[in-house]
Design a protein around this ligand. Structure first.
Ligand code: DHB
Ligand code: FE
Length: 324
């Protein structure tokens, strides 16, 4: 088929009606965005001669993604999270907000309300004996190098099988999730386990889409952070552990050179004893610099649906009924 009808007045008028341009109600912004979105898809159907079979199979994939609340999983794989980061980086540069540790994506697996720790403590529940013990520590500073006491460092990561508590119901509540308040010297330190890399569920609609692109759905071992302090820009970031086969081949495009951290294995008996571990462990050090800002909106994380934020329960979150 070679029909091309997109540019005809009939289709253009139709698109205006579809987008509610002839109606008083609704949102002007929604109308403009839907007009562009639907128009671009109409044009795509013309340009690629998309068949009815292809169109309805795409609808099935979207239904499966929605039913599994997987849009948040697929979005990083299709680069949307990283693209939003690139836009926020560009906005920071344009406004002269330079310096500080780089941001990178939040991902879909944060859970609000993790237990708070003052200075140092433990994040794992001790049941994951396959995981290498980890000592995760660092200092939060401003861009002049001054330590920031009382900063909030929220950390979350996967277990030795790549699963996140809450989304993996076999783990205890808030396992491997903590909110640490930095000490007088701006330091945080937690005992945990080295996370494994993460893979999209193999039979998921997310992986089905990646398969069509000939792409894997793997992330390197990584540790997520939210870092905030009054008078400073909120930072969403993560570290990728060096040496993972996917460190520089992350399906979610979250790796940044400045955020690749090499763990150091500690095997010396005296050092093991002094740090309270039972055997060898891996030390991971991540220092963070926050840039200063007076703007209140920049001091907090942006809104998005997040598990247990605003008292939402697991069922409503997983059913995708959470509101932004
Ligand atoms: C996904 C999972 C993660 O753990 C992460 O950090 C980012 C993305 C995902 O499934 O899309
Ligand atoms: Fe993650």
């Amino acid at each position: 088929m070679t029909v091309k009808i997109f540019d005809t007045p009939e289709v253009q008028d139709f698109l205006q009606a579809v987008s509610g341009f002839d109606q008083d109600g609704g949102s002007e912004r929604a109308k403009q965005i839907l007009h562009r979105l639907v128009g671009d898809l109409f044009k795509l159907i013309d340009d690629f001669d998309v068949t009815p079979e292809e169109f309805w199979s795409a609808v099935s994939v979207l239904n499966a993604l929605g039913q599994g609340t997987q849009f948040g999983l697929l979005a990083p794989g299709l680069g949307f999270d990283h693209y939003l980061d690139m836009r926020m980086d560009a906005a920071d540069a344009e406004a002269g907000r330079t310096g500080g540790t780089p941001r990178t994506i939040e991902g879909p697996l944060y859970v609000a309300g993790a237990p708070e720790i003052q200075g140092s403590g433990r994040m794992d529940d001790g049941t994951d004996t396959d995981g290498e013990a980890m000592w995760l520590t660092g200092q939060v500073r401003d861009t002049d190098g001054n330590p920031i006491a009382g900063a909030k460092v929220e950390v979350w990561h996967a277990d030795s099988k790549g699963g996140y508590s809450f989304f993996d119901p076999s783990q205890s509540e808030y396992n491997l999730r903590r909110s640490i308040i930095t000490d007088a010297d701006g330091r945080y330190a937690v005992r945990s386990i080295i996370p494994s890399g993460y893979g999209c569920p193999p039979d998921s609609p997310t992986q089905q889409v990646l398969d069509l692109l000939g792409r894997h759905g793997q992330r390197p071992a990584h540790i997520h952070y939210f870092i905030s302090a009054p008078g400073h820009q909120h930072l969403t970031t993560q570290i990728n552990l060096a040496g993972d086969p996917y460190t520089f081949d992350d399906f979610a495009f979250a790796t940044r050179d400045e955020l690749v951290v090499a763990g150091q294995r500690i095997e010396d008996a005296a050092a093991i004893e002094a740090s309270g571990f039972e055997g060898p462990f891996t030390q991971v050090v991540f220092d963070v610099e926050l840039s200063a800002t007076d703007t209140p909106e920049l001091q907090v994380r942006h809104k998005r649906p997040r598990a247990k934020e605003d008292e939402r329960d697991r069922a409503s979150q997983l059913a995708g009924t959470a509101t932004v």
